[in-house]
Design a protein around this ligand. Structure first.
Ligand SMILES: [Zn+2]
Ligand SMILES: [Zn+2]
Ligand SMILES: [Zn+2]
Length: 141
C-alpha cells in the first residue's frame, strides 16, 4: 500500500466514510499523474481505463482528497480549475496565464519567509498557504 493510500484510508475512517474501490482507483490515478489536470481530463482517463465512474463521483472524491491534504486545487478564474497531487512533494506556488492557461510552478524562499513573518505579526498560526500569481506568460503578454 502506498503512503497516500494509508493517509486516505485514515482520513475516511476518521470521517466515517467508506473506502470504496472507486475512491481507491481515483486516488491511484491521481498519484500517477505528474501534471496539473482538470476534472474532465481525470474523468476521461478513468473511463478509458474501463472504469464506469460518474463525473459526480470523481468530483466528490477530489474534494475529499483536497480536504485530507493529498490534492491541491488551483482556481483558474474563468477557465476550469486545475488539480494536482501535493502529497509527497515539496511545497510550491503557481503563476497562471489568463490567456493560454499555462501554469508555471515556482519556489521562492524569501516569499515563504515573508509570509511566515506576516502571519506571526498578526498572532496568526500559519498551517499552510497557496499563492497564485495571475497574469500573462512570456508568449501571451
Ligand atoms: Zn509558497
Ligand atoms: Zn500564456
Ligand atoms: Zn503545481
Amino acid at each position: 500500500m502506498i503512503d497516500a493510500e494509508r493517509k486516505f484510508r485514515a482520513y475516511l475512517s476518521e470521517n466515517d466514510l467508506r473506502f470504496t474501490s472507486e475512491r481507491l482507483a481515483i486516488l491511484l490515478h491521481v498519484m500517477s499523474l505528474h501534471e496539473h489536470f482538470e476534472v474532465d481530463d481525470l474523468h476521461h482517463q478513468l473511463r478509458q481505463q474501463g472504469l464506469r465512474i460518474s463525473h459526480a463521483t470523481v468530483f466528490r472524491t477530489l474534494a475529499l482528497l483536497i480536504d485530507c491534504g493529498i490534492v491541491q486545487k488551483i482556481p483558474c478564474q474563468k477557465m476550469p480549475a486545475r488539480y494536482e497531487h501535493i502529497f509527497g512533494h515539496d511545497h510550491h506556488d503557481h503563476m497562471l496565464c489568463l490567456r493560454c492557461g499555462k501554469i508555471i510552478e515556482f519556489q521562492n524562499a524569501p516569499i515563504e519567509r515573508s509570509q511566515e513573518k506576516v502571519a506571526k505579526e498578526h498572532g496568526f498560526q500559519m498551517t499552510g498557504h497557496h499563492l497564485i500569481i495571475r497574469g500573462y506568460c512570456e508568449k501571451c503578454r
